[in-house]
Design a protein around this ligand. Structure first.
Ligand code: AMP
Length: 272
């Protein structure tokens, strides 16, 4: 969807969101953006089509929400993008654990995160985990916390697509995940985010921190695995309600774009 607008700042802006569920009410897919009023109908059509052709199955119910923004979105610069050089799931998990430890996350919290990511039932949102104790901090553990009210300006989108193209990753999936990760990394109290898609045919996840940027993680799960999820690590003593307020209620738009690099070996990755 190409129309998240730059005309935006002066024109009224709308958050357009899609959520599709299966016959038992289980989560199938979700996506969203911020758009000027002139392209809201196009955005709604685009998200409906996406819901109807998802690899997790045909939805029994698809909801499209169009909501006028009552405050101007905060402008953000997208995180730097890189891809880990890895050849299998073991190597990827080892790297994730190494980096998380290096950014100060305890073994208990890392194990707790992998427990969430490997749970059988998909959550709609992300789990918030204390980086020291490993305890869950999100108020509704079945749902998790949803990062919402996020988008990308059409100029930033075009710039990013141009930067991503040489690495064959100029896709909506990457743009949307990068937008979400950029919002999460800017949230109060957040140390890191780890994401595994719940799409069975998408096995590249990511690990993101402000300093590390957005590090794509190939082979984060085996092909065909329906499990997935997101974990947001919060520093000890952070106020989870401030994080939730930023993630769920503060609109943000990516207007500037960070660097994009190709594959990197773990020895070249510094985290601080
Ligand atoms: P996806 O990358 O869309 O396959 O999503 C992977 C997992 O991330 C989902 O199973 C949810 O647990 C979580 N998730 C998806 N969208 C959001 C969101 N907007 N905010 C927080 N967590 C999300």
């Amino acid at each position: 969807m190409s129309s998240n607008g730059d005309r935006s700042e002066r024109a009224a802006l709308f958050s357009v969101r899609m959520h599709a569920t299966g016959p038992g009410g289980q989560h199938i897919s979700g996506a969203e953006g911020i758009f000027p009023g002139s392209v809201v109908d196009e955005a709604a059509r685009y998200y409906t089509e996406r819901a109807m052709s998802h690899s997790r199955g045909a939805p029994a119910k698809t909801s499209i929400t169009v909501e006028a923004l009552i405050q101007p979105p905060v402008a953000l610069c997208s995180l730097r993008v890189r891809t880990l050089e890895s050849s299998d799931t073991q190597e990827t998990e080892h790297t994730i654990r190494t980096i998380l430890e290096r950014v100060g996350i305890s073994l208990r919290a890392i194990d707790s995160a992998f427990g969430v990511l490997r749970a059988e039932s998909a959550m709609r949102g992300a789990a918030m985990v204390c980086a020291r104790e490993g305890k869950r901090l999100d108020p509704d553990r079945a749902r998790g916390v949803r990062a919402s009210l996020l988008g990308i300006s059409s100029r930033a989108r075009a710039n990013l697509l141009r930067k991503l193209a040489p690495y064959s990753i100029a896709t909506d999936r990457v743009l949307e995940a990068l937008t979400l990760a950029t919002k999460v990394a800017a949230a109060p109290g957040v140390v890191a985010e780890l994401c595994v898609s719940d799409d069975p045919d998408y096995t590249t996840g990511y690990l993101a921190t402000k300093a590390l940027g957005y590090l794509r993680m190939p082979f984060i799960k085996p092909e065909g695995d329906l499990r997935g999820g997101r974990v947001i690590f919060l520093s000890e003593g952070a106020d989870p309600s401030a994080t939730v307020s930023w993630l769920e209620h503060t609109p943000v738009i990516m207007k500037r774009t960070g660097k994009v690099h190709g594959p990197v070996p773990i020895r070249k990755i510094t985290v601080l």
